[in-house]
Structure formats: structure tokens, C-alpha cells
Design a protein around this ligand. Structure first.
Ligand code: PLP
Length: 384
């Protein structure tokens, strides 16, 4: 049962999200090529990082992607509805009550504890054949997965492994975004060592950051997320990926305000010159974070708020972003260039999503996954 409201009428929407599926597939292929013979899966959790599970899975399947990763079972059902033949792993593991549902749907949980392994094995035994799964090893994040002794326990528990069709042995890096961080090598060493307990099971350890910085991924199933969606995976390194997501706001008010007047809630920004303001019909309720306001955000680490762009020219935000509105300074654009109903780019080809995220004191992941359903969505198809 779908209880979501239908998508807004394109002519009525104040915000528009454009997802360039061609760029997405291009990014996935470029990540795939970095792994040599390694298989590239795709992480499509959190509604494919806000991009929409269905169109993203369809585009990637058509490009040859055969393995998907989601956080929770419900996302897995959506993957299977679009790509019934694809493998889909549930990263957050197995709830006991979920076992029959996942098994019926052909979904594979990532098991990270003995309890989960027992529940999945019991389900397999009831059905009379081993069920697919991944085994997750925690190598230093203290998050999900067996520790090394737990893994030994698992493989030595009588009558368990024969019911598990273990398709992947995986771990996840805590600090791969920091190039050359010693923790990544430490985790890799623990992972390689423990893998001897599961001979012949394919390995999977690389998120986007690891794919971009590690050379020796031969034979390792890759799990790219953010880089595929055009976001920054590595800190302090120029982002090599093509932008995928564009967020635009539609101009709903243009006004001239005098120097000395203050703009918006909290009167947080007083104008230092006569200013032409363009308001877009987008605010924090659309996921355009209030923390990216130009003023009145005392807890931010960086100075200044997010910029936007009109016809490729950058413009500054003014005052606080409110629930449904944000103001930009268009004084320096020739009069009449911006008119009511025009679209202003909040991020996309001119303004990097990560720059807006930084202005809000967060990361591109949070900005993308928080975009709301109020936007009209446009999908640019893969060419050719
Ligand atoms: C989210 C996630 C990924 C993808 O990470 P990115 O940084 O977005 O590439 C890979 N593996 C696991 C276990 C994850 O939770």
C-alpha cells in the first residue's frame, strides 16, 4: 500500500530535483574500472541517497550492475521489484521476524552476530536448502559485524554453516575518507587474516573512499555509494566524479531592499548596500538545510553560508533560510535577468553539493538523503 502523496505537479512545485542517470552510470563505470577485474556492486540505501531507488536500480541494472546493497529489508523489496534477478544484500542485518519475508523475496541479510546466523540457518532448514547471506566482520569500527573470535565461534558451531550460502565476506572502513589513514591498513590486515576462516568466499570491503584511494582491490567486490551519486568521498582531494543531482528553487519574489534594513527571521543580516533580493520557494522543509544560512547560525565552523547560481553565475545567500523560503542577493546581476518563476541552482553543476553541506556544517550524504518529497523530480535518461 502506497500512502505517499503523489509527486507535485511540475508547474506548481517550488523545488526541482534533477537526477542525471547518465552521469550516475558514468560514475559507476569509472569506479568499476578502478577495480580491475573486481565486481562493482552499488549501494542504494536511503532511497539511493535521495535519488530514488527505482530509477537508479533500473539504470544501473541496464548498465550491467548485478549486486545491490541496502540498509533495511523494505528497501530490498523495492530493489527486487525493479531488478528481480539481481542479488541484494541487507547491510543492517536480520531481525528475527524478518527472516521468512526476506527468504520469500530472495534477499540476503548481512549477518553480524551468532543470533542472526541461527535465525537465518533455522529459516533455511525449514525450507530445506541453504539461504544466501553475507557475513560481516567488524575490523575496528565497533559498529556492525562479528569480531574475530565471534567469527571463529560461528564457523565452529555445529550444524550452522551448512544452512548458510555465504556469498560475501565483508567489512567496512572507519577512516577511508582520510587518505593514507593508518586505521585502514590495520582493518585491511585484520580482514585478510580472518578471511582464512571462510575459504573461497568472495571478499567485499571497499566503499567509495576505499575504491578511490586503494590500488589493490583485485577480486574484491566493491560497494560504492556517495561517489556514484557525485558526492565527495575523500577529504581534501579534488572530487573526480561528475555531479548527478541538481537542486533548484523557483523564484517567487524579487524585491529591492535599502541598506540598513534587516532580512528574514531573527533580523540576523543587516544589508550594507541597497540590495535586490530573489526569494526561492525552497527552505529547510525541502531539505535545504537551515545551517547553510548566510547569517544567524552561531554554531557553524566555517564563515558564510551557501552560495547558489543563476545561469552559471554565483550569488550569495542572505539572512536565514526559513522553512519554505531562501533569499539570494542578485544585485550584481543585470536588472531583469532574474524573473519570477525562474529557477535558481542551489547545488548541481555550478555549486557542489559538498560546498553547501560544508556551509551547513555537515556532509553531502546528509544533504542528499534529506531532500524531501515536496520537490518535482526530473530524471535525465542514460543516452544511447
Ligand atoms: C553506506 C555503506 C557503503 C557505501 O559508502 P559510501 O561512502 O557512500 O561509498 C558501503 N558499505 C557499507 C557497509 C555501508 O554502510
Amino acid at each position: 500500500m502506497m500512502i505517499d502523496r503523489p509527486a507535485p505537479h511540475p508547474e506548481l512545485a517550488g523545488s526541482r530535483i534533477t537526477v542525471d542517470l547518465g552521469a550516475l552510470v558514468g560514475n559507476w563505470r569509472s569506479l568499476q574500472s578502478r577495480g580491475g577485474q573486481a565486481e562493482a556492486g552499488a549501494v542504494v540505501k536511503a532511497n539511493a541517497y535521495g535519488c530514488g531507488i527505482e530509477p537508479v536500480v533500473k539504470a544501473l541494472s541496464e548498465a550491467g550492475c548485478r549486486t545491490f546493497f541496502v540498509a533495511v529489508g523494505d528497501e530490498g523489496l523495492r530493489v527486487k521489484a525493479v531488478a528481480p534477478e539481481a542479488r541484494c544484500f541487507i547491510l543492517n542485518g536480520l531481525f528475527r521476524q524478518a527472516a521468512p519475508v526476506l527468504a520469500d523475496a530472495g534477499l540476503a541479510p548481512t549477518l553480524g552476530s551468532l543470533d542472526e546466523a541461527r535465525w537465518w540457518a533455522a529459516e533455511a532448514e525449514r525450507r530445506g536448502s541453504p539461504l544466501p547471506c553475507a557475513i560481516h566482520l567488524d575490523t575496528g569500527m565497533e559498529r556492525l559485524g562479528f569480531d574475530a573470535s565471534g567469527l571463529r565461534n560461528l564457523v565452529q558451531t555445529n550444524g550452522l554453516m551448512q544452512h548458510l550460502n555465504v556469498q560475501l565476506f565483508m567489512t567496512h572502513f572507519a577512516c577511508a575518507d582520510d587518505v593514507g589513514h593508518e586505521k585502514t591498513a590495520l582493518q585491511m590486515g585484520r580482514f585478510t587474516q580472518a578471511s582464512a576462516l571462510l575459504p573461497n568466499v568472495p571478499l567485499s570491503c571497499a566503499n567509495s573512499a576505499a575504491i578511490l584511494q586503494l590500488a589493490n582491490l583485485e577480486g574484491v567486490m566493491m560497494r560504492p555509494g556517495i561517489a556514484m551519486y557525485g558526492g565527495e568521498a575523500l577529504n581534501d582531494v579534488e572530487n573526480p566524479m561528475q555531479p548527478v543531482v541538481t537542486l533548484e528553487g523557483r523564484v517567487c519574489q524579487i524585491r529591492s531592499a535599502k541598506a540598513g534594513e534587516a532580512v528574514g527571521y531573527g533580523a540576523s543580516e543587516t544589508l550594507t548596500r541597497d540590495t535586490r533580493l530573489a526569494y526561492v520557494s525552497v527552505g529547510y522543509a525541502d531539505g535545504y538545510l537551515r545551517g547553510a544560512s548566510n547569517a544567524g547560525v552561531p554554531m557553524r565552523f566555517v564563515t558564510g553560508g551557501a552560495q547558489a547560481a543563476f545561469a552559471g553565475r554565483k550569488i550569495n545567500g542572505v539572512g536565514r533560510i526559513s522553512m519554505d523560503l531562501a533569499a539570494f542577493d542578485i544585485t550584481d546581476l543585470p536588472e531583469g535577468t532574474v524573473t519570477l518563476g525562474d529557477w535558481i541552482e542551489l547545488f548541481g553543476p555550478t555549486i557542489a553539493v559538498d560546498d553547501v553541506a560544508r556551509a551547513a556544517g555537515t556532509i553531502g550524504y546528509e544533504l542528499l538523503t534529506g531532500l524531501s518529497r515536496r520537490a518535482h523530480r526530473v530524471y535525465l535518461p542514460v543516452q544511447g
